[in-house]
Design a protein around this ligand. Sequence first.
Ligand code: GDP
Length: 447
Amino acid sequence: MKTIAAISTPQAPGGIAMIRMTGENSIQIADQIFAAFNGIKVTEMRGYTCAYGTISDSGERVDDVVLTLFRAPHSYTGEDTVEITCHGGIYLTNLILHILLRHGAEPAPPGEFTKRAFLNGKLSLSQAEAVMDVIEADGRTALRQANLAKDGRLAKQMRDVSDALTGILSALAYWLDDAEEFPPELEQSRLSAQIREIRDKLNAMTAHYQDGLILRAGIRTVLLGLPNAGKSSVMNRLCGMNRSIVTDIAGTTRDVVTEHVKIGDYTLILSDTAGIRETANVIETIGIEQAMHELECGDLVIYVIDASVGITEDDYTMMQKCRGRKLLVLWNKTDLDAADPPALDCPVICCSALLDEHLSGFDAALRELFPQAEIGQPVAMNERQFALLSESQQHLDHAISLLEDGAEPDFLSVDLELAAKRLSEIEGKDVTQATIDGVFSRFCVGK
Ligand code: GDP
């Protein structure tokens, strides 16, 4: 394949940067511009070795770099690959890239390296997608799930399920060829149990998909409660407690500043609007209307109640308006003379925003509200995988209902074949070019 090159590190000044080149001429191109201090030519280097030397342009030294060589097929892309680690200047890295392009490499489109890895059979499509998920992971759970998929756990699960379906389809084909002998595995209750088992495995992979999306993107959280309940104190406590690496992201579509707060594996995106931050009097004038507007955008409402006052009719009215959202109640100011919290059909945390440093119980309450897939369980990681798994499930459900209605086993084959086909598409078998292009379009240049 054509030789391509790109800067794989961010376009920002840094200690080091890396430029990557892959394709049939990469070794020859590198050999023309790089001279190792030990005198060994790039063409003579073995795979998986590095050399320290100089990159020159028309006889003038550009930078001292480390060149790492991967020989096909033992590289990320499966093709000869050269990685040049240079000093991390923006001008310098772009200059080295331009030198490579002048010597015959072409600029790599986004995701082209991983696309080649897929096309050369080094990665399945779900593994390729997982590479981007690893890069984008912003918490331990997201990273674990992405690494599982990258290691091929999802691909293996797909293979296991597809093999089970192929087993049933082979038995069906055998029976249709030789109808006198009825294979015992096609007996109604056994067949039904087998298909249900496969369907349940797929269910487990999609069950927490929506929650997973919210978790990866961050839980949009609205703080509500009557004036003086302690919302600002809770906000400050949460922000002070575990302020995330990403903070103060301004200019979102909602035109508010948000605070990203990390609690265990969860990221809360707390709306930092005037309505939440201002004094009690202003909240009163802005009123419930403003709060309700905030509510529309939220995944989670943290409703704060002043425990020293107790729950009031206004609290019940406001909580009633939160119906349809996940609700977490903070029974705040328990350091004062406070009654026990009332029984509510949502998690209730007793706390004192004034004294509790960690608002203990928050993590557990979030777990209850946003359950996560079991660690180690392969799950759908994106909309494409989710849609294919769901379609496959629907075909299996249809097959099960046909069986329950007394249909002969051969009536099931269309559904079973379609279910298997959808699963194989997850791994990139028989997918269209548009699907492949769609997957890699979300990648960054140089990956
Ligand atoms: P908001 O109007 O809901 O934002 O409430 P604030 O956070 O402004 O708090 C109102 C008052 O209650 C302030 O004087 C806070 O110091 C006080 N307050 C907040 N949380 C607690 C708490 O847990 N215990 C006590 N004793 N006072 C609190």
